[in-house]
Ligand binder design. Structure first.
Ligand code: FAD
Ligand code: NAP
Length: 478
């Protein structure tokens, strides 16, 4: 890869910017006639004509920026994030014949799965709801693939569709340049364990945000936690309960992470207490051997959501019994309605309830404060604690880097609810933000690729026609 680096060629002057603009223009229009090193093109992308007016290029070229950074023109969309959503979008674009560039802050694909999840993790939903477009899971995979199997699948997915992200590149800022009609994505790239730091600027027509709903950990602000002497670990750094054997561990949070970490701690002979500060829907993962999720999807085809919720709660009561007596109060809204309106995922039980029933996992109410190795709860109880696990969830990081206020709201999710949250204005797209897990990401990816593919094909056709016409004119002149 040879990035275009004008600073090596010229000194900063007005003349330079003129030549630079000309060079950019020539690059955009005809790769064969360029006087300077070629602008970076995505993988095996072919040159595409791009109608950019000369005066717009002057607007685009921010002199200081260009001379301190390396500027890379991307033919096709830039996809930020190489998790399942980014990979699915890239694969669908590949199918459409659209070139692309994937930028990833970590040094691997699917970094959430590879680096920020615990060892015992398995997919919660049956595999047919978790596969990405155009490549089913291998037949020998179990109904609920393990984390390792899912990562292997994603690796082969990337290989199959020839997806080669630029790793260790974190998007720091992206904004739409009204004058040129292009997106400018600034990144910082690190190598040698962070010792070398480079800045790049990608210029593209389409920007696909694929940084995920779970990009950053939520660290709660609890009185005394900063001074707590024992170990404090967020769920994203927890691997297994092995090192907690015999310890009193306070698990803060009762979502899927809190429930599974508590179970794992129990299985490693630790003594977990799980904080339930409000309410939670717990559903069995399966009812009579059939996935609860699958049943819900089936029922949703015929019944209104409130009725499906009622049926799910009756089934949950039949399979799990009354969970409120263990301190697990159910929310007033049904599980699907709550997911749709507040984004709160119901817990699919894979054995934690049994341990709660047996008393191996203690359920405690909200936390008041931490003091000298003790936790004080809102009911006045005090408990000795050796370690604290924060299963307090995650958040989107989009507002930290995307300078845009129309499509995304302040919480980093698209303002328009499903099914309209995938496309913004000016070539902006979002994949994997519908709170519908992997199946939601797949359907976003297909829509986005189709949308961009249509424009791409149209323009490719027009470009071919223009090139032929221009060629004829040149011949006639000589
Ligand atoms: C513990 C856990 C278990 C889960 N289990 C399931 C499950 O079983 N089924 C299911 O459907 N969903 C599950 N989920 C939800 C999960 O978020 C999705 O499965 C899936 O990972 C979403 O893919 P994504 O690509 O949208 O986001 P991510 O997987 O989070 O990928 C986003 C990528 O973007 C990169 N990135 C972020 N910011 C930047 C930046 N500024 N610049 C460059 N790169 C950036 C990240 O490093 C990451 O690699 C689980 C989530 C967690 C936390
Ligand atoms: N196997 C799997 O498929 C699997 C496993 C794990 C996670 N996941 C998915 O990953 C995503 C994130 O799940 P998650 O469980 O990490 O996060 P989550 O669902 O957002 O749950 C966070 C929990 O932390 C609690 N909490 C936050 N701040 C608190 C505080 N200060 N004091 C006490 N409690 C506090 C919340 O309580 P309130 O409700 O009161 O706010 C909630 O119970 C979800 O989509 C989930 O389904 C999937």
């Amino acid at each position: 890869m040879r990035p275009f680096n004008p600073s090596l060629l010229f000194t900063q002057s007005k003349l330079t910017s003129l030549i630079l603009s000309l060079s950019l223009l020539l690059n955009f229009q005809n790769q064969k006639t360029q006087p300077f090193p070629p602008l970076e093109l995505t993988q095996k992308a072919k040159t595409q004509t791009f109608r950019i007016k000369m005066e717009n290029l002057f607007g685009l070229v921010d002199h200081e920026d260009l001379f301190s950074k390396r500027c890379i023109w991307v033919n096709g969309p830039v996809i930020v994030g190489a998790g399942p959503s980014g990979l699915a979008t890239a694969a669908c674009l590949r199918e459409q014949g659209v070139p692309f560039m994937v930028l990833e802050r970590a040094d691997c694909i699917a970094s959430l799965w590879q680096k920020r999840t615990y060892d015992r993790l398995k997919l919660h939903l049956p595999k047919q709801f978790c596969q990405l477009p155009n490549l089913p899971f291998p037949q020998h995979f179990p109904e609920y693939p393990t984390k390792k199997q899912f990562i292997d699948y994603l690796e082969s997915y990337a290989a199959q569709f020839d997806i080669n992200p630029r790793f260790n590149e974190c998007a720091q800022c992206a904004r739409y340049d009204e004058t040129s009609g292009l997106w400018r994505v600034k990144t910082v790239s690190t190598s040698n364990g962070g010792a070398t730091r480079n800045e790049f600027e990608y210029i593209c027509r389409w920007l696909v945000v694929a940084t995920g709903e779970n990009a950053e950990c939520v660290m709660p602000d609890i009185e005394g936690l900063g001074e707590f002497k024992g170990e404090v670990v967020h769920a994203c750094d927890y691997k297994s309960g092995e090192s907690f054997k015999g310890k009193n561990v306070l698990v803060v949070g009762c979502g899927n992470s809190g429930m599974e970490l508590s179970l794992d701690l129990c299985n490693h002979n630790a003594l977990p207490s799980m904080v339930v500060r409000s309410s939670v829907h717990v559903l069995p993962r399966e009812v009579c051997g059939k996935s609860t999720f699958e049943l819900a999807v089936l029922m949703m085809q015929w019944l209104p959501i409130w009725m499906v919720d009622k049926i799910l709660l009756v089934l949950a009561w039949l399979v799990l019994g009354n969970i409120e007596k263990f301190g697990l109060k159910r929310p007033s809204q049904g599980p699907l309605e709550l997911k749709n309106t507040k984004g709160k995922t119901p817990v699919l039980d894979i054995g934690t309830l049994e341990k709660i029933r047996s008393g191996d996992i203690k359920v405690v109410p909200g936390i008041k404060r931490f003091t000298n190795g003790f936790v004080e709860l809102v009911n006045g109880e005090k408990q000795h604690v050796d370690a604290v696990l924060l299963a307090t969830g995650y958040r989107s990081n989009v507002p930290c880097w995307l300078q845009e206020g129309e499509f995304f709201s302040k919480n980093g999710f698209p303002k328009s609810p499903f099914p309209n949250g995938w496309k913004g204005n000016s070539g902006l797209y979002a994949v994997g933000f519908t709170r519908r897990g992997l199946s939601g990401a797949s359907s976003d990816a297909m829509r986005i690729a189709q949308d961009i593919g249509q424009v791409w094909k149209q323009e490719t056709k027009q470009k071919k026609q223009r090139t032929t016409a221009c060629h004829r004119r040149c011949i006639s002149q000589f």
